[in-house]
Structure formats: C-alpha cells, structure tokens
Design a binder for this molecule. Structure first.
Ligand code: 5AD
Ligand code: SF4
Length: 476
C-alpha cells in the first residue's frame, strides 16, 4: 500500500477518525506486546473536579479499546496525568509527581508519559514542561481529549514531545468509547466551559466558552446508561443553570431536568454546579415537582460581602443569595445546601469576612468546601496590589472551617432516627460485614449488608450520626 493511499484512507469526520486511530494504535500495541511477551498497562490519574473525572473516563475508554490493560500503579507502560489548575497547590502537586514518574521511566524506557487537562491550556506550563520535564511524551489540553488515539499514534511515530493544545473547542465529539468508574452511577456532561469570568478564576481561560450538548444527545446517553444498569446520574457543567442558551433550539436547564426525570428506570438525578445568579424560580419549582431530582443543591457563595461579590464579578449580593436560599427552602423544605467559599480574596477586610461568617451562620450549610484564595496569573484578581497577608488568611480560614464543621454536624444530627433511602456503593473498606452508600443529600451511611446490595437503593434507618456519616440499619 502506498503512503498516499494510506493517507487517503484516514477519515476526516469524527468520531470515525478517532476509531481509525484506535485501530492503528491497536496494531502498534500488538507489535509491542509481541516484543515484550506481555500486555501493556496504563494508569490515568485525575486531579481536580468532576469534569476532569469524567474526561478521565473517556481517556480510559479509548485506552481500553486500544488494548491497554488498567494498572493500579503508576509504574506501568502509559501514565496520563489529567491536571487541574484552579488553585496553585494543584499545579505544584503535578510537578512533584512528574519527578516520581521519571524514576519509573528510567527503569522502563518504553514507558509513555502524557499530561493533559487544564494546566496544559496555559502557555507557561507547556514551556516549563518542555524545558524542564523532557521525559514527558505527550501534552494535550482540555479541548482535544477525544483525540487521544490520534495523538498517541503521533507520539509512537515520531521522536520528541508531541504537543497539541487547541485555544478553543472546535466541536463536541459524541459516541467515543468510555469506561465508567461505577456500574450504577454515572457523570454526564451537559455543557462545557464557562462564560462568567469570576475575577479570581482561571476556568474560563482553560475550559473555553460555554457549549451545551443537545438534549437529544444527553437523553440518549442517559437512556443507554440506564439500560446498562445506571440508577443515578450526575449532570455536569461549570454553570448548569445557563444550560441550553446557545443551542439552535434553546431549552432551559429546568426543562432538561424534567425530560430526564421521565426516563424509566432512572432513580436519582444530581447536578453541579449551580451559579446563584442563574438559579431561576422555574428551576426550584422543577426540582420540587420532579420525582427523581435529589434534594441537594450545591450553591457556591464565594463570599458573603456584597462589596467583594461585586468585585468578584458574581452578579449577586448578600441579600440576593439569602433570598434565594429562603425561596429554595420554602419550595423544598428538606433540601441539603452545600457551598464553596474563598477566604482572603484581595482586599478582604475584617468586615467583609464577618459578612461571610454571617451568611454561613444564617444559612447553616450541610457542608462547605473552603478555600484560601490562590493567585492565578492571567486573572484580574491576581494583579491586585491588596493581597491579604497569609497569617490573616489562616486565622480567618480556621474560624470559618470551625463554623462550617459545627453547622454540618448539627444538620447531620437532625436526621438521626429518620429512615432515608440509600444507594449502596460498596462493601465497607474497614469492616466487610458492612456496606456503605449515600443518601439523597450525599451523606454517607454504613450498615449491615452484603455485596449483592451494591447498586440498589434501599431504605435505611439512621440509628446514629457520627459527625459527618451515619451508622444505620436496613429498614424493611
Ligand atoms: N482561589 C481559591 N479558590 C478558587 N476557586 C476558584 N478559583 C479559585 C482561586 N483562585 C474555588 C471557587 C470555586 C471552586 C471550584 O474553586 O470557590 O467555586
Ligand atoms: Fe470559575 Fe466563576 Fe466559571 Fe465557576 S462560574 S468556573 S468560579 S468563572
């Protein structure tokens, strides 16, 4: 076969093109297997959020289709680091661990190391890896995860580091292989990217503008998952409340939820993340009247100070947030509310921080992720001269943490003695006479049971609350 003939055969449309490269990679892998007298193994390590976790499932799906065998350890033939850059310590962890991978590669020179995800969308990161981590084979960004087979092929065929980063998403490619971490629950991307440009946040720069998948593609994916045994889905997007705006036939997130709610066999629907500025009354009402949408809303507050919220470009103030919480609780009295809060945003005064503490106390969150502000170069907040001193941040952070932990314990304690439905996820890792699962509000419950309950939703009596988890008994 001549070279030109071969070239002509490469499909230009997706996903056919990737399927072609999956086949080509499989042939290359078989040659390597014959050489080594064994199968080749891979490991994908995920840093960061659920979006990345979902992308990693896609990466794993492609690799398994090529013929790689999953490995528990990073000491294997192909490692992919799917990175996060939302806070600085996420970046530093990746650099540290790359050094360890280098050690494995010295023992196994055929090993391939790939780094992808949010960090790679930043030029300074690519330059640093290119200059100081030359043992890395492949770099790609957030917009071309679907191209893994093609990029791997290039990396097999040529010397040196393969680098492919797209500035913006070209398309949403559907129908590529993917593996699910759990057989009974699945993450589903409903949209990609973010248009909000909160002043501290790097995400819009590394994940690009908002793109919604069509409702047909989403419903088809979930229906297929349910046929495969999925009972719970988590709908994923940086700001799910603005779902559907750019579509040819615009549809609201509330309408999408109610469509998904009708899928027979689907028991639980979760979603994250909601932006308070876009959480409509229509959505609150849809959750309240749906049969399967979990009564849990993750509603990032970031700060309780209206002055800082304005500076952060959040488009709501303290009063609007509190009013939203009031309306949510009125419509959905048993709702669990969780949040994200940043401490030490540039210019945060004692008064600003007290406003945050005030909102936290007034709302009483079920749980909260608290973060020290991290300066991300390229974001407007990073250039501010009035960065807050570390010891002030630490003191505020500890006070806030104490408060959210106390609130979390109180909220959890209030459910003691009730019977709640639990999706059983696994046999307890420490005591195999117990199984562990999650309630609708995402809290963990351990109770006597066997592995045949995994993937089932059962009623459980919450006998005692142990702070952030419960011990229970199956209720029949
Ligand atoms: N510093 C600290 N926390 C941040 N987050 C986003 N950017 C930063 C930053 N620069 C937090 C926000 C967001 C969560 C995912 O991460 O609270 O909701
Ligand atoms: Fe970042 Fe704000 Fe977008 Fe969330 S909504 S990803 S905090 S820019």
């Amino acid at each position: 076969m001549s070279k030109t003939k071969e070239w002509e055969e490469i499909p230009t449309n997706e996903p056919d093109r990737q399927r072609y490269f999956i086949n080509e990679d499989r042939k290359l892998l078989m040659l390597k297997e014959a050489d080594l007298g064994r199968k080749l193994t891979f490991h994908v390590t995920t840093f960061g959020c659920q979006m990345n976790a979902r992308d990693s499932e896609k990466l794993r799906g492609i690799l398994e289709e090529i013929g790689y065998i999953p490995s528990e350890s990073e000491d294997c033939d192909l490692v992919i680091y799917n990175t996060c850059t939302v806070r600085e310590n996420a970046d530093n962890r990746v650099y540290g661990r790359l050094g360890i991978l280098h050690g494995y590669k010295k023992k196994n020179p055929g090993m391939k190391i790939a780094v992808c995800g949010c960090m790679i969308q930043e030029e300074h990161v690519v330059n640093r890896i290119r200059e100081s981590y030359r043992f890395v084979d492949l770099l790609f960004g957030t917009h071309n995860v679907y191209q893994l087979a093609e990029l791997l092929h290039e990396s097999f065929m040529k010397e040196g580091m393969t680098i492919h980063v797209l500035d913006k998403a070209e398309k949403i490619v559907e129908d590529l292989p993917q593996v699910r971490t759990y057989p009974f629950k699945a993450g589903v991307n409903i949209m990609y990217g973010c248009n909000n440009f909160c002043s501290y946040c790097i995400v819009p720069y590394v994940r690009g503008r908002e793109r919604s998948r069509t409702p047909q593609a989403i419903l088809r994916e979930i229906e297929k998952q349910v046929e495969d045994g999925v009972v719970e889905v988590m709908l994923l997007g940086q700001n799910v409340n603005s779902y559907g705006k750019g579509l040819e036939n615009p549809i609201s997130f509330a309408e999408l939820l109610l469509e998904i709610d009708k899928i027979p066999g689907l028991e639980r629907i979760r979603f994250m993340t909601s932006h308070p500025k876009d959480l409509s009354q229509e959505l609150i009402d849809a959750i309240a009247k749906s049969k399967h949408v979990c009564h849990h809303i993750h509603l990032p507050l970031q700060s309780g100070s209206s002055r800082l919220l304005k500076d952060m470009n959040r488009h709501y103030d303290k009063e609007a947030y509190l009013d939203l919480v009031r309306r949510i609780r009125e419509a959905i009295p048993d709702v669990a509310l969780t949040t994200d809060i940043i401490v030490g945003y540039p210019g945060e005064t004692d008064e600003d921080f007290e406003e945050t503490m005030d909102v936290v106390k007034q709302v009483g969150f079920d749980s909260a992720f608290t973060f020290e502000y991290s300066r991300r170069s390229g974001t407007p907040a990073a250039t501010r001269p009035d960065q807050v001193a570390q010891e002030v941040v630490t003191e505020r952070f500890n006070r806030l943490l104490k408060q959210v932990q106390e609130d979390g314990r109180n909220r959890a304690k209030a459910l003691e003695g009730q019977t709640r439905t639990v999706l059983v996820e696994e046999v307890n890792r420490e005591d195999d006479s117990l199984v562990s699962g999650r309630m609708e509000n995402n809290s963990v419950v351990h109770f006597k049971g066997t592995s045949d309950l995994i993937g089932k939703i059962v009623p459980v009596h919450l006998t005692s609350c142990k702070g952030f988890y419960y011990l229970g008994e199956i209720a029949n």
